[in-house]
Each structure stands twice: as structure tokens, then as C-alpha cells.
Design a protein. Structure first.
Length: 278
């Protein structure tokens, strides 16, 4: 029997990257999945975002594990759409036990250079979107009467300052404050709330030309390759690695979702290769 047998998990940003990895890892352990993703481009995001085809591929891979999945194209900034997608999923799958508020975006710029749109989009997705996810899920978790686990995806940048991404740092710090408040508010219902804090993860969010330019402005564009940039990413970490893989974050999310962490709440869990101690 899997560690999440008979449970249902709601995952935002599930079309690819960490979100898809979380869906697959939980499905491997017996969970059915409610998945959403914007699956569209935002103007302030400097890399290609997920597509409807990506979300369909998540569905295919979860179903290949013989688990049920209800997937909807929805934007976490739109509470009504998010709530409707979750309500539909719960109606079809019968319950809700786990929430992974994973959806997020990334962009760059010093505080004095950021556009109003870049700042607003970042806070709307990476902080307000997390609140929307929790707000939509809490009534279902309470109605179930069997507790639950909410896992908010923050970042190492949610526990430290980083130059050129002030809007991202601000949003991810905000996630920590929200997590701690929710952990207190929901404890009487045995609903646990924690956050995960990854270092750089090997996904499309960092494997793109805009991120490469940030890390290697001294190199011509044709020389900014994954192979060349890897050692520069590695300088962030205490452990001698370039980045972690999505499944490394998924394993932490899985533990927080499972009964193995049944009395763990209000925790900021780094999966950061030592960034925070360097």
C-alpha cells in the first residue's frame, strides 16, 4: 500500500516542472490528483511558460500510473476559476486531503528597474495565488473531518535576500508568513501547513536564456549553454552540485503530505543543497 493510498491531492502549476513531478510522485504513492495550471503565457515572464499540451501530458503520465486525475486550465490569480476547478475535482474524486500550492513564476530586475507589471504579476501569482489556493481548499479539508496537509512552495529566497529578484524574494518571504498564520489557524482541525524552500531546480524556470543572461552577463549569448552555466549555478550551493532535480523537492512534499509527518506543522523545510548556510 502506498503512503498516500486513498487520498486526493490538489496541485497548482501541475503542467510541468515541479508541479508535474509532485503529481507523479504522489500518484506513485496512491493519491488521486486534482491539477490546475494557467497553461498560457504571461507578458512579464521572460521564458516560455507551460502549454495545454504540457497539462495533457501530466494527465497522461498520472493515468499511466493507474490513478485518477481531474485537470483544468485555470489561473491562480482568478479565485473564482480556481475555486470552480477545485470544487469540480472534489465532486469527481470524493474528497480532499493534500494541497500543494506550487504555481509560481520568475523574472528579473533590480528594485529600481522593475516594471509595475512585473512586480504586480509576481505578487499576484507567487503570493496571492498561494492564498487563493489555500482559501479554496480549506472548506473542503474542514468538511472532510480528517485533517489534512497544505504544502506551500516558497524558495531559499523566501529565507534570505537575493539581488536582482526583489519582487520574487518579497513574494516568497510573504509565503512564509502566510504559512505560519495558516498553521496556527488550522491546527484545531488537525490541518498541517508547512513550506518547502528549494535551491535552484532543474526546470524550464531556470533553464532558459533569460536566466542564463542573469548568471552570465559577461558571456555572448551563443556561449550561454546549460553546460557552461552549470558551474556558475553551483557556486550558490554548499554541496558541490549545480542544481537539484524536481523529484528532490517532490520527495520532501511527499513526506509533508504523508502521515510520516503527522505532527509537523509551521515548518520551513529547505531542500537547498546548503544555500542557506553558505
Amino acid at each position: 500500500m502506498g503512503r498516500l493510498e486513498g487520498k486526493v491531492a490538489f496541485i497548482t502549476g501541475a503542467a510541468r516542472g515541479q508541479g508535474r513531478s509532485h503529481a507523479l510522485r504522489m500518484a506513485q504513492e496512491g493519491a488521486d490528483i486534482i491539477a490546475i495550471d494557467i497553461a498560457a503565457q504571461m507578458d512579464s515572464v521572460p521564458y516560455p511558460m507551460a502549454t495545454p499540451e504540457d497539462l495533457a501530458e501530466t494527465v497522461r503520465q498520472v493515468e499511466a500510473l493507474d490513478r485518477r486525475i481531474v485537470a483544468t486550465q485555470a489561473d491562480v490569480r482568478d479565485f473564482g476559476a480556481l475555486q470552480a476547478a477545485l470544487d469540480t475535482g472534489v465532486a469527481q474524486l470524493g474528497r480532499l486531503d493534500i494541497v500543494s500550492a506550487n504555481a509560481g513564476i520568475f523574472s528579473f530586475g533590480t528594485a529600481d528597474e522593475l516594471s509595475e507589471d512585473a512586480w504586480k504579476d509576481m505578487l499576484d501569482v507567487n503570493l496571492t495565488g498561494v492564498w487563493h489556493t489555500a482559501k479554496a481548499a480549506i472548506p473542503h479539508l474542514k468538511a472532510g473531518g480528517h485533517g489534512g496537509s497544505i504544502i506551500l512552495t516558497s524558495s531559499a529566497a523566501g529565507l534570505m535576500g537575493m539581488a536582482n529578484i526583489g519582487h520574487y524574494v518579497a513574494a516568497k518571504h510573504g509565503v512564509v508568513g502566510l504559512m505560519r498564520t495558516l498553521a496556527l489557524e488550522l491546527a484545531p482541525d488537525m490541518i498541517r501547513v508547512n513550506s518547502v524552500h528549494p535551491t535552484t531546480v532543474n526546470t524550464d524556470m531556470i533553464q532558459n536564456s533569460a536566466a542564463y543572461e542573469l548568471f552570465a552577463p559577461d558571456l555572448p549569448p551563443e556561449e550561454r549553454t546549460k553546460e557552461v552555466l552549470g558551474p556558475r549555478f553551483a557556486t550558490m550551493n554548499a554541496l558541490p552540485i549545480q542544481w537539484v532535480e524536481p523529484v528532490d523537492i517532490s520527495n520532501a512534499v511527499l513526506w509533508l503530505a504523508s502521515d510520516e509527518s503527522r505532527y509537523v506543522t509551521g515548518v520551513t523545510l529547505p531542500v537547498d543543497a546548503g544555500v542557506l548556510i553558505k
